[in-house]
Design a protein around this ligand. Structure first.
Ligand code: NCW
Length: 476
């Protein structure tokens, strides 16, 4: 079992979760600034105002990455630092650009390969206010393409670009459950397009078009001279049937992945939405125009995979409600015989089950023709971690085991199943603002002391990855 010599590994973060400094150097507000100000939206009433203060601690963060032996780092750019209001005719903020240009120079100087995510959920608030943000099929893709072009031009040294992080989350959590910004729910009276049972599917469609436009721009005007690659990052859980003898549960397992991953990946690899989605959603799922198909089909140089957990899947009988987004099924942590999928963590949606990672890598590879895959996020929170004393927190054996099991499952998928995985970024370099869960849920391999000047303390898991990858990556 081994990984290829040029395999990249390291850690991942996202701008709003770590940067803080929300007013520095001309940054404009994002929808997450606005969302955090709505009482009750964030579990501990917090926000990203200070976070890990990474905007002011780039040297410290790079030193940390170096000390852990990372060969790659994935981070995201805050769009509203680059174009504070967001649009293609709005002023550009050179200070914001300069910050990221220097950061990439410093990473490269340290021998660390940057992976840049253009959009990790923090849409400029100005665009949401101006035209409904992600809901606008005409304006949003044009504004995103413009912003992407500004970044491609500014950072030719970056060779790995990710357009969107987890568009499923932006669409479903932002426009169905209201759990994420901008917080639309299935309450139809609050829908700017007049029908919130349609909103998530419209948003998903617009994100795909915007992705396609940015990729087309990159391939035409930047890739020929810069020689990099570009793709999208999708999230999805592994699935096992609740009752393996019930063909309806077995079928629902694929449908669950189709509603999460293939919603975006099928248009990108095949130019159409999955049949299971069309069947359930009918005309609530937008149709691609022929021009849109041309834009989206074939628009991945690599597949960015975020993966954390697995679920048992139980088919639901009857007609699903209009706002169902799972594919008429239930997700459970126990199967028919009472078997548990994995131990509890601090995140209600996450239970470790490493075999699922290998299975899902295989599922994706078979369906999409063995694409090059970068694992752009994988990691875990730990039940009760926030309440432990520091001496105990840094001894995070649960997380060490998680990474060991998952990385080995990935290496097996590569060596024994032929999966073309070329990189792995652990989530996350440090504890950070865990969106609606605030700071109480920690995903970091490094503890951040928010009470005491954001001081960083690497946990045992931080130091466990280098020996793990050293033992797996071929030397010659
Ligand atoms: S919240 C989330 N995450 C975590 C986040 O820190 C990161 O930015 C994301 O890319 C870790 O990885 C992603 N994912 C959303 C999971 C919420 C699932 C809720 C399901 C409700 C139906």
């Amino acid at each position: 079992m081994s990984l290829p010599k040029d395999f990249l590994w390291g850690f991942a973060t996202a701008a709003y979760q770590i940067e803080g400094a929300i007013h520095a150097d001309g940054r404009g507000p994002s929808i997450w600034d606005t969302f955090c100000n709505i009482p009750g939206k964030i579990a501990d009433g917090s926000s990203g105002v200070v976070a890990c203060d990474s905007y002011n601690r780039t040297k410290e963060d790079i030193d940390l990455l170096k000390s852990l032996g990372a060969t790659a780092y994935r981070f995201s750019i805050s769009w509203s630092r680059i174009i504070p209001v967001g649009g293609r005719n709005d002023p550009i903020n050179q200070k914001g650009i300069d910050h990221y240009v220097k950061f990439v120079d410093d990473l490269l100087e340290a021998g660390i390969t940057p992976f840049i995510t253009l959009f990790h959920w923090d849409l400029p608030d100005g665009l949401d206010k101006r035209y409904g943000g992600l809901l606008n099929r005409q304006e949003f893709p044009l504004d995103f393409e413009h912003y992407a072009r500004v970044m491609f031009k500014a950072i030719p040294k970056c060779k790995h670009w990710i357009t969107f992080n987890e568009p499923w989350c932006s669409s479903i959590l932002g426009y169905n459950s209201g759990y994420f910004a901008p917080g639309h729910t299935s309450d139809r009276t609050k829908s700017p397009v007049g029908d919130s049972a349609r909103e998530p599917w419209i948003v998903g469609h617009n994100l795909l078009i915007a992705h396609g436009r940015a990729v087309k721009a990159y391939r035409k005007d930047f890739k020929p001279t810069q020689g990099g690659e570009i793709g999208i990052t999708l999230n999805g859980d592994a699935t096992l049937p609740w009752d393996p003898e019930d063909p309806l549960d077995v079928e629902a397992c694929d449908r669950k992945i189709e509603f999460a991953i293939s919603w975006f990946a099928d248009p990108i690899y095949f130019g159409k939405y999955p049949d299971s989605m069309r069947k359930q959603l009918g005309d609530r799922l937008p149709e691609f125009t022929p021009e849109e198909v041309a834009l989206v089909k074939g628009s991945n140089d690599f597949y960015g995979m975020n993966h954390y957990t697995a679920n048992y899947i139980k088919h639901k009988k009857g007609v699903p409600p209009e706002d169902d987004f799972l594919g008429n099924l239930e997700t459970l942590f126990y199967d028919k015989n009472g078997n548990c999928i994995g131990p509890e963590t601090q995140s209600f949606w996450l239970r470790p089950h490493a075999q699922g990672f290998r299975d899902l890598l295989n599922w994706l590879s078979k369906r999409y023709g063995y694409p090059k895959i970068y694992v752009t996020e994988n990691g875990t929170s730990l039940k009760g971690e926030n309440d432990m004393p520091l001496e105990q927190i840094v001894e995070d054996d649960f997380r060490v085991k998680y990474f060991n099991d998952y990385v080995n499952a990935m290496a097996k998928a590569r060596s024994e199943d032929g999966v073309n995985v070329k990189g792995y970024l652990a989530w996350s370099l440090m504890d950070n603002f865990e969106w609606a869960e605030g700071y109480e849920t920690r995903f970091g391999v490094t503890y951040v002391d928010y009470e005491n000047d954001q001081k960083r303390y690497p946990k045992k898991s931080a130091k466990s990855l280098k020996p793990l990858f050293d033992s797996l990556i071929k030397k010659d």
